[in-house]
Write a new protein. Sequence first.
Length: 364
Amino acid sequence: MSFHMIIKSNPISDLPVSDPLQEALQNTLPLFAQKLKINHFSPTQFVIPDAAWLFKYVFMDQKMRRELLPSNAAMEAGKIVGEVLQRIYADTIYKLHPVKKKVAATTNEKISKDAALQEEIEKLKEYVPTDEKDSDKKQKYLEEIPVVINHALDGLKKLAVASPITCERQISIQSPEGFLSSYLPTVGRIDFDFGSINNHEFGDPSKESSPTSQADALPHKIIELKTKWSRLGKIKKDGNRSFLVSPLPATASFNHCVQVATYAAHFDFKVPAYLLYATKDGYTIFDSTNCHHLTVDGMKKNLQIMFHTFRRRERILALHEHLSREEIIEEAAAMMDMNLDHPFAWNGMPPELLKEAKLLWKLS
């Protein structure tokens, strides 16, 4: 499959009708965005270098990413943990409406932990591993998931789960006051946001000594959940795979903090934000008391760092917006280092797609 074939096989009709921003932004998008059929950024796009972003989010559209880019056992296990917790506690979950084909708030019918786990674990059982190593991980994570869920529940209890509980709230920020932001909005989904602290489901409400929000009285909380899974070890003498338990992080991931900052910006940084990590061995929580990146000043700084990246990418594309879609991509690629040795940007890329990427960067 050639570069030209892939580009021409993705007409506007192939764009997912579920995209909530497409109609609203169609008349306001800059020319390069209209030609390239892109309408937003996300914290996930910030994490990878420019070249990988260009290939995955401009060269490829959402339909191609979903169909051609493989998942992995760790990603699937993480999804299951989140979905089990949502099934147990969420009052509202933002989901794709089956008829309207847009993401909308839906009322969740809560079920027990055991029932939720039984239903969701089947999804990982049905997951087809990408290779033998991924298969070994799948089997290991099937054992670890119930333990990780229990530790995540302990973390939520520590944070005092409060109703109403909303999961996967879809947010969008564009041109926030005080920032040099990108033309395109930045979108995301919040794992959990909690309502009144006086109506908590369980756990003891506590106050940060140096709150994320300057208003102590604000009861609302944003919680981003991250899971970490055991890593592959060596093959033992009996032929079985050994695993190394992933320790709880001593510090919060910068990229995760940028993600949380995006959510906080949606509420003008007036809502306390928390980063909860759960593993096989326990949980840990980061907030403004133990992580500078989650203070108001820290989040504002990190949000601007993210915007700088998006603005740079927009400028590169805008330089060539008088050209065709295919030519814009080719010219933009010529200004970016493919960075093939990046530790994760190209991981899991199917051979045929990686071959196309190398051709685009004239490395094959």
